[in-house]
Design a binder for this molecule. Sequence first.
Ligand SMILES: *Cc1c(COP(=O)(O)O)cnc(C)c1O
Length: 331
Amino acid sequence: MDLTRFPRRRYTHHPTPIERLEHFSAALGGPQIWIKRDDQLGLTPGGNKTRKLEFLVADALAQGADTLITCGAPQSNHCRLTLSAAIKEGLKCRMVIEERVEGSYDVDASGNNFLFRLMGVEDVVVVPGGSNLGAAMQKVAADLARAGRKGYVIPGGGSNALGGLGYVACAQELQQQLFEHDLQLDRVIVGSGSSGTHGGMVAGFLGNHIDIALTGVGVSRDPQEQAPLVRREAQAVCDLLELGVTVPEEKVHCIGGYWQPKYSVPNDAMIEAVRLMARTEGILLDPVYTGKIVAGLIGMVRNGAVRADETVLFLHTGGMPSLFAYEDVLR
Ligand SMILES: *Cc1c(COP(=O)(O)O)cnc(C)c1O
């Protein structure tokens, strides 16, 4: 599949490595587990939003924008990386922060919030959970327009058709790496939140005829709500690519049960996953996303959904800075 007709900025200058997690696999007593290090993507520090921003920011520049506007939770990796991309391009960045957990916003908090300040975000608007974030971002854009400036609105998580192309590119990159390593996977495990990653991978697998099972571990919704969201995203990406396919329902596999009690709120399985990965591989996960995603992988091994003779790959989507906002629960 040819992605070259879409304008793209480059923030990572190499394919992200794939590695075998020998000690982690042994600790679980079974499957051969590999990791793809999308936590080593470019920007500050890189994560899955980096891939989406390559296409989104190229579009913003093509439209003559001088400011990126986006939204997220108080510890949003997406907001941090949008700011980082803005800096790299000589643009300004404004954020709408949704206080999804009441009272969770603290202007002096550590983690990503600290990095928003350190990297010089131009303005932060905080709104209550459940607010209309699209409208809040349009208001920021209108304020800028009145001052003779031009904002470019990036949806939450960078998850629209254009952003999803980043994970089509990732699927292509992975396909080439599997060929080079002579590696056959039974399953790929990804996080499933605003759905650009999971949906982009579904589209990339379809478009490149990659016939490997793909499972999205929900970080904020159980499958009955998450799967339709992912399928819509995958379809939008396929349509943008003019693939002429309807995304089959069975190509969108989600699991739930690992994000509770609430998005971003810790649970025991997350704590176990973060500790186990740190202590067996020296690889850091984060409490909001990858800790819960790996908890899902561990759960699938323990309940037999992933068998001991299988080979699976976990896509590490980044998020490390928020670890430092949760030291008290992980210590
Ligand atoms: C945003 C994010 C996810 C979820 O990806 P979506 O594309 O929003 O579904 C997973 N992991 C990390 C670290 C993230 O920041």
